[in-house]
Design a binder for this molecule. Structure first.
Ligand code: FAD
Length: 360
Protein backbone atom coordinates (compact mmCIF):
# COMPACT_ATOMS: atom_id res chain seq x y z
CA UNK A 1 0.00 0.00 0.00
CA UNK A 2 1.21 3.48 -0.84
CA UNK A 3 2.32 5.74 2.07
CA UNK A 4 -0.09 8.47 0.89
CA UNK A 5 -3.09 6.20 1.56
CA UNK A 6 -1.71 5.03 4.87
CA UNK A 7 -1.41 8.67 5.88
CA UNK A 8 -5.10 9.31 5.13
CA UNK A 9 -6.30 6.22 6.99
CA UNK A 10 -3.91 6.40 9.91
CA UNK A 11 -5.14 9.89 10.77
CA UNK A 12 -8.78 8.72 10.87
CA UNK A 13 -9.54 11.80 8.83
CA UNK A 14 -11.04 9.79 5.99
CA UNK A 15 -13.36 6.82 6.07
CA UNK A 16 -12.83 3.73 3.92
CA UNK A 17 -14.66 0.56 2.99
CA UNK A 18 -13.90 -2.82 1.48
CA UNK A 19 -15.86 -3.72 -1.68
CA UNK A 20 -15.92 -7.32 -2.76
CA UNK A 21 -19.54 -8.54 -2.95
CA UNK A 22 -21.39 -7.99 -6.20
CA UNK A 23 -25.05 -8.01 -7.19
CA UNK A 24 -24.86 -11.09 -9.42
CA UNK A 25 -22.59 -13.23 -7.26
CA UNK A 26 -21.00 -12.94 -3.84
CA UNK A 27 -17.28 -12.79 -3.43
CA UNK A 28 -16.54 -16.53 -3.36
CA UNK A 29 -17.17 -17.68 -6.97
CA UNK A 30 -14.48 -15.29 -8.10
CA UNK A 31 -12.00 -17.85 -6.94
CA UNK A 32 -12.65 -20.15 -9.84
CA UNK A 33 -14.11 -18.22 -12.72
CA UNK A 34 -13.78 -15.05 -14.69
CA UNK A 35 -17.27 -13.59 -14.64
CA UNK A 36 -17.90 -11.51 -17.77
CA UNK A 37 -20.40 -9.35 -15.88
CA UNK A 38 -17.94 -8.46 -13.11
CA UNK A 39 -16.69 -4.99 -12.35
CA UNK A 40 -13.76 -4.28 -14.65
CA UNK A 41 -10.69 -2.16 -14.66
CA UNK A 42 -8.88 -1.39 -17.92
CA UNK A 43 -5.43 0.09 -18.27
CA UNK A 44 -4.99 3.34 -20.15
CA UNK A 45 -1.63 5.05 -20.54
CA UNK A 46 -1.36 6.57 -17.07
CA UNK A 47 -4.49 5.41 -15.32
CA UNK A 48 -6.84 2.55 -14.57
CA UNK A 49 -10.46 2.94 -15.63
CA UNK A 50 -12.91 1.36 -13.17
CA UNK A 51 -16.26 0.55 -14.77
CA UNK A 52 -19.47 -1.23 -13.76
CA UNK A 53 -20.63 -2.69 -17.08
CA UNK A 54 -24.09 -3.86 -15.95
CA UNK A 55 -26.41 -4.15 -12.93
CA UNK A 56 -25.03 -7.55 -11.95
CA UNK A 57 -21.57 -6.07 -11.46
CA UNK A 58 -22.67 -3.44 -8.94
CA UNK A 59 -20.95 -3.62 -5.56
CA UNK A 60 -23.49 -4.51 -2.86
CA UNK A 61 -23.76 -4.38 0.96
CA UNK A 62 -20.74 -2.11 1.14
CA UNK A 63 -20.25 -0.95 4.74
CA UNK A 64 -19.94 2.82 5.03
CA UNK A 65 -20.82 3.31 1.33
CA UNK A 66 -22.93 6.36 2.22
CA UNK A 67 -20.13 8.22 4.00
CA UNK A 68 -16.76 6.73 2.99
CA UNK A 69 -14.06 8.71 1.22
CA UNK A 70 -12.09 5.81 -0.24
CA UNK A 71 -12.98 2.24 -1.24
CA UNK A 72 -10.78 -0.83 -1.65
CA UNK A 73 -12.46 -2.23 -4.78
CA UNK A 74 -11.94 -5.69 -6.27
CA UNK A 75 -12.24 -5.61 -10.08
CA UNK A 76 -11.15 -7.78 -12.99
CA UNK A 77 -7.91 -6.33 -14.34
CA UNK A 78 -8.23 -6.28 -18.14
CA UNK A 79 -5.15 -5.64 -20.24
CA UNK A 80 -5.45 -5.60 -24.05
CA UNK A 81 -8.85 -7.30 -23.81
CA UNK A 82 -7.75 -10.21 -21.62
CA UNK A 83 -8.43 -10.56 -17.89
CA UNK A 84 -5.71 -11.14 -15.29
CA UNK A 85 -8.34 -11.92 -12.62
CA UNK A 86 -9.57 -9.79 -9.71
CA UNK A 87 -7.23 -7.17 -8.27
CA UNK A 88 -7.71 -4.58 -5.55
CA UNK A 89 -7.76 -0.84 -6.35
CA UNK A 90 -8.05 2.16 -4.06
CA UNK A 91 -10.84 4.26 -5.54
CA UNK A 92 -11.64 7.76 -4.23
CA UNK A 93 -15.39 7.97 -3.62
CA UNK A 94 -16.00 11.33 -1.95
CA UNK A 95 -14.11 14.53 -1.34
CA UNK A 96 -13.45 15.83 2.17
CA UNK A 97 -16.80 17.63 2.22
CA UNK A 98 -18.68 14.41 1.48
CA UNK A 99 -19.44 15.17 -2.19
CA UNK A 100 -19.34 12.13 -4.52
CA UNK A 101 -16.69 12.26 -7.23
CA UNK A 102 -17.89 12.28 -10.86
CA UNK A 103 -18.78 8.81 -12.14
CA UNK A 104 -19.47 7.36 -8.67
CA UNK A 105 -23.04 6.50 -7.59
CA UNK A 106 -23.88 5.36 -4.04
CA UNK A 107 -27.32 3.96 -3.13
CA UNK A 108 -28.37 3.28 0.47
CA UNK A 109 -29.57 -0.32 1.00
CA UNK A 110 -31.72 0.98 3.86
CA UNK A 111 -33.17 -1.21 6.60
CA UNK A 112 -31.40 -4.29 7.97
CA UNK A 113 -32.04 -6.80 10.74
CA UNK A 114 -29.27 -5.32 12.89
CA UNK A 115 -25.94 -3.43 12.86
CA UNK A 116 -27.82 -0.15 12.59
CA UNK A 117 -24.73 1.87 13.50
CA UNK A 118 -23.25 1.29 10.01
CA UNK A 119 -24.88 2.00 6.67
CA UNK A 120 -24.63 -0.51 3.82
CA UNK A 121 -24.94 0.56 0.22
CA UNK A 122 -24.50 -0.16 -3.49
CA UNK A 123 -21.61 1.39 -5.39
CA UNK A 124 -21.63 1.91 -9.16
CA UNK A 125 -18.65 3.21 -11.16
CA UNK A 126 -19.02 4.89 -14.53
CA UNK A 127 -15.55 4.91 -16.11
CA UNK A 128 -13.87 6.30 -13.00
CA UNK A 129 -10.20 7.04 -13.62
CA UNK A 130 -7.68 6.29 -10.88
CA UNK A 131 -3.89 6.78 -10.97
CA UNK A 132 -1.79 3.69 -11.70
CA UNK A 133 -0.33 3.77 -8.19
CA UNK A 134 -3.82 2.98 -6.80
CA UNK A 135 -3.45 -0.69 -7.74
CA UNK A 136 -2.43 -2.67 -4.63
CA UNK A 137 0.33 -4.45 -6.50
CA UNK A 138 1.81 -6.96 -4.07
CA UNK A 139 0.47 -9.88 -6.12
CA UNK A 140 0.33 -8.33 -9.59
CA UNK A 141 1.59 -5.12 -11.21
CA UNK A 142 1.42 -3.38 -14.58
CA UNK A 143 4.60 -1.83 -16.02
CA UNK A 144 4.41 1.51 -17.86
CA UNK A 145 4.67 -0.40 -21.18
CA UNK A 146 1.42 -2.24 -20.23
CA UNK A 147 3.11 -5.59 -19.42
CA UNK A 148 1.55 -7.51 -16.53
CA UNK A 149 3.83 -9.10 -13.90
CA UNK A 150 2.96 -11.34 -10.97
CA UNK A 151 5.02 -13.52 -8.64
CA UNK A 152 2.10 -16.01 -8.78
CA UNK A 153 1.39 -17.28 -12.28
CA UNK A 154 -1.86 -19.18 -11.62
CA UNK A 155 -4.87 -16.82 -11.44
CA UNK A 156 -6.78 -18.81 -8.81
CA UNK A 157 -3.68 -19.17 -6.63
CA UNK A 158 -3.14 -15.42 -6.99
CA UNK A 159 -6.65 -14.58 -5.85
CA UNK A 160 -6.30 -17.10 -2.99
CA UNK A 161 -3.22 -15.19 -1.84
CA UNK A 162 -5.22 -11.94 -1.83
CA UNK A 163 -8.09 -13.54 0.07
CA UNK A 164 -5.73 -14.78 2.79
CA UNK A 165 -5.96 -11.19 4.06
CA UNK A 166 -9.46 -12.11 5.28
CA UNK A 167 -8.02 -14.47 7.93
CA UNK A 168 -7.56 -11.74 10.60
CA UNK A 169 -11.05 -10.34 9.99
CA UNK A 170 -12.59 -13.84 10.20
CA UNK A 171 -10.87 -14.26 13.54
CA UNK A 172 -12.27 -10.86 14.57
CA UNK A 173 -15.81 -12.08 13.68
CA UNK A 174 -15.16 -15.17 15.81
CA UNK A 175 -14.24 -12.99 18.80
CA UNK A 176 -17.29 -10.80 18.22
CA UNK A 177 -19.52 -13.89 18.24
CA UNK A 178 -17.84 -15.06 21.46
CA UNK A 179 -18.38 -11.63 23.06
CA UNK A 180 -22.08 -11.69 22.12
CA UNK A 181 -22.41 -15.16 23.66
CA UNK A 182 -20.59 -14.16 26.86
CA UNK A 183 -22.80 -11.12 27.28
CA UNK A 184 -26.01 -13.07 26.56
CA UNK A 185 -24.99 -15.85 28.96
CA UNK A 186 -24.04 -13.38 31.70
CA UNK A 187 -27.51 -11.81 31.43
CA UNK A 188 -29.32 -15.18 31.30
CA UNK A 189 -27.33 -16.84 34.11
CA UNK A 190 -27.65 -13.82 36.43
CA UNK A 191 -31.39 -13.69 35.76
CA UNK A 192 -31.66 -17.42 36.47
CA UNK A 193 -29.95 -16.92 39.84
CA UNK A 194 -32.31 -14.13 40.91
CA UNK A 195 -35.69 -15.15 39.45
CA UNK A 196 -37.75 -17.60 41.54
CA UNK A 197 -40.53 -19.94 40.44
CA UNK A 198 -42.47 -22.88 41.93
CA UNK A 199 -40.35 -25.34 43.89
CA UNK A 200 -40.95 -28.65 45.72
CA UNK A 201 -44.42 -29.06 47.25
CA UNK A 202 -45.02 -27.06 50.46
CA UNK A 203 -41.52 -25.55 50.27
CA UNK A 204 -40.21 -22.16 49.30
CA UNK A 205 -39.97 -21.22 45.64
CA UNK A 206 -36.58 -22.00 44.11
CA UNK A 207 -34.29 -19.96 41.88
CA UNK A 208 -34.90 -21.01 38.28
CA UNK A 209 -31.24 -22.05 37.84
CA UNK A 210 -32.08 -24.90 40.22
CA UNK A 211 -34.43 -26.34 37.60
CA UNK A 212 -32.39 -28.98 35.79
CA UNK A 213 -33.74 -27.94 32.41
CA UNK A 214 -32.54 -24.36 32.93
CA UNK A 215 -29.01 -25.48 33.84
CA UNK A 216 -28.90 -27.98 30.99
CA UNK A 217 -29.89 -25.30 28.57
CA UNK A 218 -27.27 -22.73 29.58
CA UNK A 219 -24.22 -24.59 30.90
CA UNK A 220 -23.27 -26.44 27.68
CA UNK A 221 -23.17 -23.04 25.92
CA UNK A 222 -20.96 -21.68 28.70
CA UNK A 223 -18.60 -24.65 28.36
CA UNK A 224 -18.52 -24.28 24.57
CA UNK A 225 -17.81 -20.56 24.70
CA UNK A 226 -14.89 -21.18 27.09
CA UNK A 227 -13.42 -23.90 24.86
CA UNK A 228 -13.82 -21.68 21.79
CA UNK A 229 -12.21 -18.74 23.61
CA UNK A 230 -9.06 -20.73 24.39
CA UNK A 231 -8.84 -22.12 20.84
CA UNK A 232 -9.42 -18.69 19.27
CA UNK A 233 -6.75 -17.12 21.49
CA UNK A 234 -4.39 -19.87 20.36
CA UNK A 235 -5.22 -19.09 16.70
CA UNK A 236 -4.71 -15.37 17.45
CA UNK A 237 -1.26 -16.07 18.91
CA UNK A 238 -0.28 -18.06 15.79
CA UNK A 239 -1.52 -15.24 13.57
CA UNK A 240 0.36 -12.60 15.60
CA UNK A 241 3.54 -14.62 15.33
CA UNK A 242 3.17 -15.03 11.52
CA UNK A 243 2.56 -11.30 11.07
CA UNK A 244 5.48 -10.45 13.40
CA UNK A 245 7.75 -12.77 11.37
CA UNK A 246 6.58 -11.12 8.12
CA UNK A 247 5.26 -14.47 6.88
CA UNK A 248 2.77 -14.46 3.96
CA UNK A 249 -0.64 -15.40 5.37
CA UNK A 250 -1.37 -17.57 2.35
CA UNK A 251 1.56 -19.84 3.18
CA UNK A 252 -0.07 -20.93 6.43
CA UNK A 253 -2.98 -22.98 5.11
CA UNK A 254 -3.48 -24.78 8.41
CA UNK A 255 -4.02 -21.49 10.21
CA UNK A 256 -6.40 -20.26 7.48
CA UNK A 257 -8.41 -23.46 7.76
CA UNK A 258 -8.41 -23.32 11.56
CA UNK A 259 -9.73 -19.74 11.49
CA UNK A 260 -12.35 -20.54 8.80
CA UNK A 261 -13.55 -23.47 10.93
CA UNK A 262 -13.58 -21.40 14.12
CA UNK A 263 -15.56 -18.66 12.38
CA UNK A 264 -18.23 -21.10 11.17
CA UNK A 265 -18.42 -23.10 14.41
CA UNK A 266 -18.57 -20.11 16.77
CA UNK A 267 -21.05 -18.03 14.75
CA UNK A 268 -23.50 -20.94 14.42
CA UNK A 269 -23.06 -21.70 18.13
CA UNK A 270 -23.79 -18.03 18.79
CA UNK A 271 -27.21 -18.21 17.05
CA UNK A 272 -28.30 -21.20 19.17
CA UNK A 273 -26.80 -19.78 22.36
CA UNK A 274 -28.55 -16.39 22.13
CA UNK A 275 -31.89 -18.07 21.36
CA UNK A 276 -31.48 -20.20 24.51
CA UNK A 277 -30.54 -17.06 26.50
CA UNK A 278 -33.67 -15.33 25.23
CA UNK A 279 -35.92 -18.28 26.16
CA UNK A 280 -34.19 -18.77 29.52
CA UNK A 281 -35.06 -15.22 30.51
CA UNK A 282 -38.75 -15.61 29.63
CA UNK A 283 -40.67 -12.46 28.74
CA UNK A 284 -37.87 -10.27 30.10
CA UNK A 285 -35.57 -11.67 27.40
CA UNK A 286 -37.85 -10.22 24.74
CA UNK A 287 -37.56 -6.65 26.06
CA UNK A 288 -35.07 -4.44 24.16
CA UNK A 289 -33.77 -2.94 27.42
CA UNK A 290 -32.41 -6.36 28.38
CA UNK A 291 -30.18 -6.41 25.28
CA UNK A 292 -30.54 -10.05 24.18
CA UNK A 293 -32.75 -9.18 21.18
CA UNK A 294 -30.24 -6.53 20.07
CA UNK A 295 -27.40 -9.04 20.39
CA UNK A 296 -29.37 -11.58 18.32
CA UNK A 297 -30.04 -9.09 15.51
CA UNK A 298 -26.48 -7.75 15.41
CA UNK A 299 -24.76 -11.13 15.59
CA UNK A 300 -27.04 -13.01 13.15
CA UNK A 301 -25.13 -11.73 10.09
CA UNK A 302 -21.88 -13.33 11.32
CA UNK A 303 -22.99 -16.67 9.84
CA UNK A 304 -22.82 -15.27 6.29
CA UNK A 305 -20.43 -12.33 6.26
CA UNK A 306 -16.68 -12.63 5.87
CA UNK A 307 -17.58 -15.87 4.06
CA UNK A 308 -20.74 -17.94 4.37
CA UNK A 309 -20.38 -20.70 6.99
CA UNK A 310 -21.18 -23.58 4.62
CA UNK A 311 -18.50 -22.36 2.22
CA UNK A 312 -16.09 -21.91 5.17
CA UNK A 313 -16.58 -25.53 6.20
CA UNK A 314 -16.06 -26.67 2.60
CA UNK A 315 -12.72 -24.88 2.58
CA UNK A 316 -11.75 -26.52 5.90
CA UNK A 317 -12.57 -29.92 4.40
CA UNK A 318 -10.65 -29.11 1.23
CA UNK A 319 -7.58 -28.13 3.24
CA UNK A 320 -7.90 -31.04 5.64
CA UNK A 321 -7.34 -33.45 2.77
CA UNK A 322 -4.38 -31.48 1.52
CA UNK A 323 -2.29 -31.09 4.67
CA UNK A 324 -0.20 -33.68 6.48
CA UNK A 325 -1.47 -35.89 9.29
CA UNK A 326 -0.13 -33.83 12.21
CA UNK A 327 -1.82 -30.67 10.96
CA UNK A 328 -5.03 -32.53 10.18
CA UNK A 329 -5.14 -33.55 13.82
CA UNK A 330 -4.70 -29.94 14.96
CA UNK A 331 -7.54 -28.73 12.76
CA UNK A 332 -10.05 -31.31 13.86
CA UNK A 333 -9.14 -30.97 17.53
CA UNK A 334 -10.80 -27.61 18.11
CA UNK A 335 -14.24 -29.00 17.12
CA UNK A 336 -13.87 -32.03 19.33
CA UNK A 337 -12.68 -30.03 22.35
CA UNK A 338 -15.76 -27.80 22.24
CA UNK A 339 -18.18 -30.67 21.67
CA UNK A 340 -16.59 -32.88 24.34
CA UNK A 341 -16.66 -30.23 27.06
CA UNK A 342 -20.27 -29.41 26.26
CA UNK A 343 -21.40 -33.04 26.33
CA UNK A 344 -19.38 -33.82 29.49
CA UNK A 345 -21.18 -30.98 31.22
CA UNK A 346 -24.52 -32.32 30.04
CA UNK A 347 -23.63 -35.82 31.27
CA UNK A 348 -22.91 -34.55 34.78
CA UNK A 349 -26.23 -32.76 34.89
CA UNK A 350 -28.02 -35.93 33.84
CA UNK A 351 -26.56 -37.70 36.87
CA UNK A 352 -28.89 -35.78 39.16
CA UNK A 353 -31.35 -38.39 40.37
CA UNK A 354 -35.05 -38.19 39.48
CA UNK A 355 -35.83 -37.73 43.19
CA UNK A 356 -33.60 -34.62 43.34
CA UNK A 357 -35.43 -33.20 40.38
CA UNK A 358 -38.93 -34.11 41.51
CA UNK A 359 -40.08 -30.51 41.35
CA UNK A 360 -39.00 -30.03 37.73
C1 FAD B 1 -24.66 -6.31 7.00
C2 FAD B 1 -23.73 -6.76 5.89
C3 FAD B 1 -22.53 -6.10 5.69
C4 FAD B 1 -21.69 -6.46 4.63
N1 FAD B 1 -20.56 -5.73 4.39
C5 FAD B 1 -19.82 -5.99 3.28
C6 FAD B 1 -18.72 -5.13 2.92
O1 FAD B 1 -18.43 -4.13 3.59
N2 FAD B 1 -17.99 -5.44 1.80
C7 FAD B 1 -18.30 -6.51 1.04
O2 FAD B 1 -17.61 -6.75 0.03
N3 FAD B 1 -19.34 -7.34 1.33
C8 FAD B 1 -20.11 -7.09 2.43
N4 FAD B 1 -21.20 -7.91 2.74
C9 FAD B 1 -21.50 -9.04 1.88
C10 FAD B 1 -21.18 -10.38 2.54
O3 FAD B 1 -19.79 -10.56 2.58
C11 FAD B 1 -21.91 -11.46 1.73
O4 FAD B 1 -23.30 -11.33 1.97
C12 FAD B 1 -21.45 -12.85 2.13
O5 FAD B 1 -20.12 -13.07 1.76
C13 FAD B 1 -22.32 -13.94 1.48
O6 FAD B 1 -22.37 -13.78 0.10
P1 FAD B 1 -23.77 -13.65 -0.65
O7 FAD B 1 -24.65 -12.69 0.12
O8 FAD B 1 -23.48 -13.34 -2.06
O9 FAD B 1 -24.44 -15.07 -0.47
P2 FAD B 1 -24.68 -16.16 -1.62
O10 FAD B 1 -23.38 -16.49 -2.27
O11 FAD B 1 -25.82 -15.72 -2.47
O12 FAD B 1 -25.10 -17.41 -0.71
C14 FAD B 1 -26.44 -17.79 -0.46
C15 FAD B 1 -26.47 -19.25 -0.09
O13 FAD B 1 -25.86 -20.04 -1.08
C16 FAD B 1 -24.91 -20.94 -0.52
N5 FAD B 1 -23.69 -21.03 -1.34
C17 FAD B 1 -23.06 -20.02 -1.99
N6 FAD B 1 -21.96 -20.47 -2.59
C18 FAD B 1 -21.87 -21.78 -2.31
C19 FAD B 1 -20.94 -22.82 -2.63
N7 FAD B 1 -19.83 -22.55 -3.33
N8 FAD B 1 -21.18 -24.05 -2.15
C20 FAD B 1 -22.26 -24.32 -1.41
N9 FAD B 1 -23.18 -23.39 -1.06
C21 FAD B 1 -22.98 -22.15 -1.50
C22 FAD B 1 -24.51 -20.30 0.80
O14 FAD B 1 -24.14 -21.29 1.75
C23 FAD B 1 -25.76 -19.59 1.23
O15 FAD B 1 -26.56 -20.50 1.98
C24 FAD B 1 -22.05 -7.56 3.79
C25 FAD B 1 -23.26 -8.24 4.02
C26 FAD B 1 -24.10 -7.85 5.04
C27 FAD B 1 -25.43 -8.56 5.20
Amino acid sequence: MKPRHLLCWGGYALKTHFDESEHWHGWWPWLCQVEPAALVCEVSEWEFVINTPCENAQKMYIGNAMGGNYAAVFAQLIINGSSQGPHCFIVPIRDENGGLYPGVTAIDMMHKEGLHGVDNGILIFNKVRVPRENLLDKFGSVAPDGQYHSPIKNKSARFNAMLAALTPSRLAVTFQALSAMKLGLTIAIRYSHSRRQFGPKAKEEVRIIEHQTQTLRLMPHLATVLALTFTSRYAGALLDEDIFQGKELVSSRVLQALVAGLKAYSTWENVGCLQDCRESTGGMGYMMENRISDLKCDADVFVTFEGDNVVMLQSVLHDAYDVDYEHRLLMSSFCTVATLIASKCQLQMNLISPADGAFL
